[in-house]
Design a protein. Structure first.
Length: 201
């Protein structure tokens, strides 16, 4: 059983290391998204730097790698295998093996992985994300708000202990990855979302 969990963790990490934003920027724009904008390898920075097409490409890659890892885990084992694969995906996305261990902040990954763990929790969190981003235009604040909402929702929905621990740990990890954004939010210097070529906000 332990061997299976390790295999799922490793598979998740290797797939998670396929960073959608970095691959998109290198293949289609012959540059590295981490050298532009906020310096983050994520969908939001891809949107700001390269536009909607790049953001869609980034989202697809990050979503598909997460789905692939979870489906493999489902085949190999049950809940614990999915949790191991999900943890691997998130670690790989944040610290990608193929790109110098400098990755993104796992928002798309946790949404997909979380859907396999507790889709009701994700649905509630996504709704909160949408509300906050519409009110503020700040994706990082929306992401952190969604993570806090997911943790609370998982508790209120009485998610089984193993899944609950994963949700709380994963959401806390995403908030940790947003620590520089949180500082800018508190200082009033965090930028609102603005696609390439969009009007300044």
């Amino acid at each position: 059983m332990v061997i299976r969990l390790i295999i799922c963790l490793v598979i998740g990490y290797l797939l998670g290391s396929l960073s959608g934003s970095i691959i998109t920027s290198k293949v289609f724009f012959k540059s590295d998204v981490r050298q532009h904008g906020s310096g983050n390898a994520g969908m939001t920075n891809s949107l700001r730097v390269y536009g909607v097409g790049a953001a869609v490409s980034t989202t697809l890659v990050d979503a598909l790698k997460s789905v692939a890892a979870m489906l493999i885990a489902c085949y190999i084992g049950g809940t614990n295998a999915m949790i191991a694969a999900g943890a691997g995906v998130m670690l790989g996305h944040a610290y990608p093996l193929y790109f110098g261990f400098r990755g993104g902040k796992c928002v798309i990954c946790i949404a997909v992985v979380g859907s396999f763990i507790s889709w009701q929790t994700v649905l509630i969190a996504v709704a909160m994300f949408a509300v906050i981003v519409l009110l503020t235009g700040i994706v990082s604040a929306s992401s952190c708000g969604a993570m806090l909402t997911a943790m609370l929702a998982a508790v209120l929905l009485d998610v089984e202990p193993g899944r609950l621990v994963f949700i709380i740990a994963a959401c806390s990890f995403v908030i940790f990855l947003h620590r520089s954004n949180i500082k800018r939010i508190l200082n009033g210097t965090e930028k609102k979302i603005k696609p390439k070529g969009g009007a300044a906000k």
